[in-house]
Design a protein around this ligand. Sequence first.
Ligand SMILES: Cc1cc2nc3c(=O)[nH]c(=O)nc-3n(C[C@H](O)[C@H](O)[C@H](O)COP(=O)(O)OP(=O)(O)OC[C@H]3O[C@@H](n4cnc5c(N)ncnc54)[C@H](O)[C@@H]3O)c2cc1C
Length: 451
Amino acid sequence: MSSKQQRFSSTLQIAAKSRTHTAAPLPPLSALPTKVLLRSLLVSTISSKPLLLGPSLWLMSILSKPNRGWLTNVDRNPILHGILKKTFYEQFCAGETDAETRATIRELKDMGFRGVIMTYAKETVFDHHTNTQQGLGIAALDAKNNDDPLHPRVAHCANIEAWQKGTLETIKQLSDGDYLAMKLTGAGPIVTEAFSKGELPPTQMLDALDEICRRCKERNVRILVDAESHHFLLGMRRTTLDLMRKYNHDGYALIYFTYQAYLKSTPATLERHMAAAQQEGFTLGLKLVRGAYIASDERSLIHDTKQDTDDAYNGIAQGVLKQSFGKFGTETTFPSVNLFLASHNKASVVDAHQLHKQRTAAGLPTVPVGFAQLHGMSDEVSFSLLQLKGVDGTPEVYKCSTWGTMGECLAYLLRRAIENRDAVMRTTDEYNALKAEFGRRIRAAFSFSSS
Ligand SMILES: Cc1cc2nc3c(=O)[nH]c(=O)nc-3n(C[C@H](O)[C@H](O)[C@H](O)COP(=O)(O)OP(=O)(O)OC[C@H]3O[C@@H](n4cnc5c(N)ncnc54)[C@H](O)[C@@H]3O)c2cc1C
């Protein structure tokens, strides 16, 4: 940044904190540093204009295909890398190195968030339409050690080792009260093969998970296991439930599984898991999302309309907060549950927070709840929640980010771009809110410099 740009940016930063009307409360986005506001405005301009988003999506889907030549390889072509890094990557991801990631975590906590949720980006996405799975940089690693990556001749799998190493590095970046989010498919084809058959992964992976859980417990970092493509869910659920049985015994959830409200089967799955928690005496870690794989998963498994998904999401969230879901809380006692609501839908999260607050104030039964939005998305929702924070420190709001090389983060970035395209109303609202905040700072800067 030139000194002129720096002066402009710091004037806008001071203007961010000044009130346009003496009595009016500051808008939620006033908490956003100017550098972040400008980048968000750029990305949101692209996301809200189909003419700009269409070509960006096309380019990103080409780049996210494995084994690209030099020109379209984001980790090897410095010009492509530089452009993507300063725009989409920095908007949605934490860093390519440990130092970059730590700096982003500090920046997010300085903005007022209770903590961060950090993921290591390596993952495998299964495309139901083509019956293929895609995991950047994954098969190559196993192929180096084994002729057939799915049926290794040696007992040791290099992909699991690389994923474990990346995940253990992530834990070191986190501190007391933060969350580690894990994409289990990042461990490669041997693991995803087991998951797709509904089986537990090999011993090397189970040992890796044990070590990860122990390290997180020592650092008071909790673990959110992401829900991924439906093709892998059965095995992922079995594995995570076993970890809950083992580690969620101290009156709180060290491990959470992610339940996708858009799946028609989710209420039944949840009831089975609640029954296990109640009978076996562990705390169920319940992270609730709507679901991000609508473009690649089998459509018939997903609710027919957005309204049905919304009703399912709100029904589960409100039911659990009232300790009344299915037969639990009526026919039988409600198990110990820790809830985590991950959503950009303002109505869902604000209503859930209000319900939790009312029930706590009235001394009615409820469950502990946290809230999270993705880094670079829905800042207006995150800061609105933060503005509701009371003396008891609730709502606890987190930002969820991803770290890894540009190549490793591409599948994630592509999902975010698709999500912005599909959530037209929300993307437009976000763009308008960012534009309004930028205008407010410009007006405040002028009145500041002329006073
Ligand atoms: C912190 C955080 C962590 C996340 N972790 C995961 C994860 O582990 N696994 C995962 O799958 N997703 C995850 N997501 C993404 C999430 O599933 C949603 O895709 C995303 O948050 C958008 O949904 P929303 O609740 O924010 O609200 P909205 O923007 O109101 O809802 C959009 C969602 O509604 C659903 N939907 C849209 N159109 C239709 C339709 N026609 N029919 C049926 N349903 C429809 C889709 O799920 C879509 O994503 C995470 C999100 C956050 C904020």
